[in-house]
Design a protein around this ligand. Structure first.
Ligand SMILES: N=c1c2ncn([C@@H]3O[C@H](COP(=O)(O)OP(=O)(O)OP(=O)(O)O)[C@@H](O)[C@H]3O)c2ncn1[C@@H]1O[C@H](COP(=O)(O)O)[C@@H](O)[C@H]1O
Length: 113
């Protein structure tokens, strides 16, 4: 997965200066942050709707969710690239959190009564 992310992130970076007529990603960069955020929001909503439709014995509904999450991850990567935030910082943050229980992390954040 990480290799695919690396390769995709490299393409997204190249597209920052590409011709919007010939590339969807260049078109998004050209249209600007608001358009990119609109797409992220749209894909997040489509992900929620697809997730609600998943049925255990229905492979088609599971694949539909996979497709929507791929759209969401893709547009989130375009957003990071547009803002020049290195996607590896997100991977590093997940690695930093690895093994730290969400419950323990939350308890450490809350002031004791
Ligand atoms: N992974 C993707 C990818 N996933 C989804 N999409 C596009 O994202 C869009 C999804 O938006 P919608 O379904 O809402 O489609 P739409 O209604 O046409 O979108 P809007 O008119 O609202 O903008 C579609 O056009 C998809 O083709 C992607 N476009 C590109 N990539 C990757 O990015 C690379 C560079 O793409 P280009 O910049 O187009 O060469 C490609 O080689 C791929 O690896």
């Amino acid at each position: 997965m990480s290799d695919t992310l690396e390769r995709l992130a490299a393409v997204l970076a190249e597209r920052r200066d590409a011709d919007p007529q010939s590339s969807y990603v260049a078109q998004l960069h050209h249209r600007g942050l608001n358009k990119i955020l609109e797409k992220v929001g749209e894909e997040a909503t489509e992900t929620l709707l697809a997730a609600k439709d998943v049925k255990a014995d229905d492979e088609q509904s599971r694949q539909a969710l996979v497709g929507e999450v791929a759209d969401l991850w893709f547009h989130s990567l375009v957003m990071l690239s547009h803002l020049e935030v290195d996607h590896r910082a997100v991977l590093d943050e997940l690695a930093r959190r690895f093994g730290v229980s969400g419950l323990d992390e939350k308890a450490a954040r809350q002031p004791s009564p």
